[in-house]
Design a protein around this ligand. Structure first.
Ligand code: ZN
Length: 298
């Protein structure tokens, strides 16, 4: 049996992604003790497999779910904890928190997958020591979460940082963009599917002198610059599969410094960094969501 934390509290965590669900038990300090990964198929079998895995672990005191979206985060809403309208077949209106509250009988913490990752990085990873931080993930899509004075930014829904329109490069006028909603928004220009649609390859498989590297870095640099200029965050953490391309974060760092044009006050204290938790930002953050749910008055 896994050791528990000093508080004796064992927590459960789910990073619910569009291609896989990562499941874990761990401590309120974010330490992962047991873990599993299952493919995301239809909701009924994915949720049942998840429930069955938790049933085989030591019993948990609370569960944190960091989910792909869009999701309803308003606790006052009757739709809280649901995936709302998603193009992913069968998943629209899936009641994640209702299902696990009923099946596992524990308090549930809930947020988006990127907010979960932001929380994990802020408390346990590359955001430690800051008061404000943005986390941007670049993979199948582009998403982001922001923390200011320790609190996740939200209000009318949750941030969708991948869907603003960057300025197109002078040598990049023809590609229509891959976002089904906006065409050439950031996600439409810099996500994995956008790179594949444009160059027929992943970024890491293209030679390092290929124009794709500077172009993608340039768009991500505009995202970082926007975070620095609009919100004065201290760090932007860049996660997700595309950002694991060797040299990409360094390119983004250089391009984002250039985008600032020596104008922003405090820019010398602002950094573009890789995740401190590698690919565990989301699942670690989900454990922290569980810890938060446990401490809520019932
Ligand atoms: Zn878009």
């Amino acid at each position: 049996m896994a050791a528990q934390s000093d508080s004796g509290m064992l927590l459960g965590a789910i990073e619910a992604g569009g291609t896989k669900f990562v499941l874990a038990t761990g401590t309120a300090e974010g330490k992962i003790l047991t873990r599993e990964s299952i493919p995301t198929t239809d909701p009924a079998s994915t949720l049942a497999q998840t429930r069955d895995w938790f049933a085989r672990q030591s019993s948990i005191s609370a569960l944190g779910i960091a989910s792909f979206g869009p999701v309803e985060l308003d606790r006052q809403s009757s739709q809280w904890g649901r995936i709302t309208e998603t193009p992913k077949p069968g998943w629209s209106n899936c009641d994640l928190t209702g299902y696990f509250a009923s099946e596992l009988g524990v308090p549930i913490g809930f947020d988006t997958d990127v907010n979960g990752a932001a929380l994990g990085e802020f408390h346990l990873g590359a955001g430690r020591g800051t008061s404000s931080m943005a986390y941007i993930t670049v993979g199948t899509g582009v998403g982001g979460g922001m923390i200011v004075d320790g609190n996740l930014l939200g209000g009318a829904g949750h941030p969708e940082m991948g869907h603003f329109y960057p300025r197109r490069g002078a040598n990049d006028r023809d590609f229509k963009g891959a976002c089904s909603f906006h065409g050439d928004c950031l996600e439409g220009l810099a996500s994995g599917p956008a790179i594949l649609a444009r160059w027929g390859s992943t970024l890491s498989d293209l030679p390092e002198d290929h124009e794709a590297h500077e172009m993608v870095a340039g768009y991500l640099a505009q995202a970082c610059h926007t975070m620095f200029a609009c919100c004065a965050v201290e760090r932007v953490v860049l996660g997700g599969g595309v950002t694991q391309t060797p040299g990409l974060i360094e390119r983004v760092r250089r391009a984002s410094a250039k985008a600032g044009a020596n104008y922003l006050p405090g820019r010398d204290k602002q950094e573009v960094v890789a995740p401190g938790l590698n690919t565990d930002s989301g699942i670690s953050g989900a454990l922290l969501l569980a810890a938060g749910a446990h401490s809520l008055p019932s």
